[in-house]
Ligand binder design. Structure first.
Ligand code: ADP
Ligand code: MG
Length: 336
């Protein structure tokens, strides 16, 4: 592959020349100097989030580079969505093996820029270096101070909701690795959720100033909801039999695996959020335009911890739930 500066020129500076900073007066200076210079609006907060994707850990080294480019940006836009922030700018750190084919970079850029353009996000800089394949994206968004969504803020009585469907990405991973035989259409649909997640940007903007707390589901529903509960110093009752299941998940042969994926599987990038009862009507009105839908899956309670509730012989039974999810680092060293 060509030297780093050639790659930068060919793929990143050229991108800026193509798209310019048109329509974004806040970019005083973009790619090409030592720093980008930005002028954020005086009345908004800058929301900043960074995600690292490492080949072999977060994506398969031989995965389609278009999908990798898409996902590298999507997971960051998902964090902005969970903060209720409007995506604005991104920086991109790329570590590329010297042996890598340049067509990989071209594919990566196709996936990355297609999603960036859809959300009006500008690439304003980054760094490119040689090494094991890894990608860092830092996203910058804007949000009105009193509208920013946090993990804290959920109160007893608030309803717990999730957008779209959960568990699909984890089933997609199973389908690739060692899953049971499923119809091609089912496998493709689940893989699509794993490799091309849709960040719920519009939903996050609608929830800004409305939800009492929010998080994006990256590590698994119970674990991520657990972060809301801890930050808000509350507990919750969850109804596992009401979790939103996609048509593809419903076609999966083992529905126990589906339930486990819905509760503990990561990588769905849906939004889990809480809304006070007094604001349910407002949610209903705003969410009417969401193509992905949303589902009430539980209720916040004062008592800490997560409890499941299911129907047995016609009566509701309560039980303690594990808050497990996807562990990014599996270590044998218990001290680490
Ligand atoms: P420096 O040595 O000052 O860090 P570089 O030679 O690394 O500068 O980068 C030159 C310009 O190209 C900088 O403006 C930087 O932000 C931009 N750049 C480098 N790599 C990327 C990338 N992967 N994506 C976007 N911009 C990049
Ligand atoms: Mg540099």
């Amino acid at each position: 592959m060509d030297a780093e500066f050639v790659i930068i020129q060919r793929y990143f500076s050229a991108y800026q020349q193509r798209t310019g900073a048109a329509g974004d007066d806040a970019i005083v200076l973009g790619i090409g100097d030592d720093c980008a210079l930005l002028r954020p609006p005086a009345d908004e907060l800058l929301a900043v989030s960074l995600d690292l994707l490492v080949a072999g850990t977060h994506f398969f080294a031989d995965a389609d580079p278009v999908g990798v480019g898409h996902k590298a940006l999507a997971v960051n836009l998902s964090d902005l969505a969970a903060a209720g922030a409007r995506p604005a700018w991104v920086t991109l750190g790329l570590t590329l093996p010297a042996t890598l084919d340049e067509s990989w970079v071209a594919g990566f850029c196709r996936g990355f820029f297609a999603l960036a353009e859809r959300h009006n996000v500008r690439l304003i800089g980054g760094d490119t270096t040689t090494g094991p394949l890894a990608i860092a994206v830092q996203a910058h968004g804007l949000v009105k101070p009193h509208q920013a969504l946090r993990r804290s803020g959920a109160s007893p009585g608030d309803s717990v909701f999730v957008t779209g469907t959960v568990g699909d990405a984890a089933l997609g991973l199973r389908a690739i690795r060692h899953g049971p035989a499923v119809a091609k259409g089912v496998r493709d649909a689940l893989r699509e959720r794993l490799e091309r997640p849709t960040p719920r940007v519009a939903q996050g903007l609608d929830l800004a100033g409305l939800a009492s707390a929010a998080i994006d589901v990256s590590d698994g529903l119970t674990q991520d909801l657990g972060h809301i509960l801890t930050a808000s110093k509350v507990g919750a009752r969850l109804w596992p039999d009401r979790l939103p299941r996609s048509a593809a998940a419903a076609a999966w042969p083992d529905q126990d695996q589906v339930l486990a994926a819905m509760l503990g599987g990561g990588d769905d990038y849906e939004l889990c959020f809480t809304v006070a009862p007094a604001r349910h009507a407002e949610l209903l009105a705003r969410a009417a335009r969401w193509g992905c839908g949303y589902t009430k899956i539980g209720v916040i309670e004062a008592e800490p911890g997560l409890r499941g509730e299911r129907t047995e012989d016609g009566s509701r039974v309560s039980y303690a739930m594990e808050q497990t999810g996807y562990e990014h680092f599996i270590t044998t060293d218990s001290a680490s």
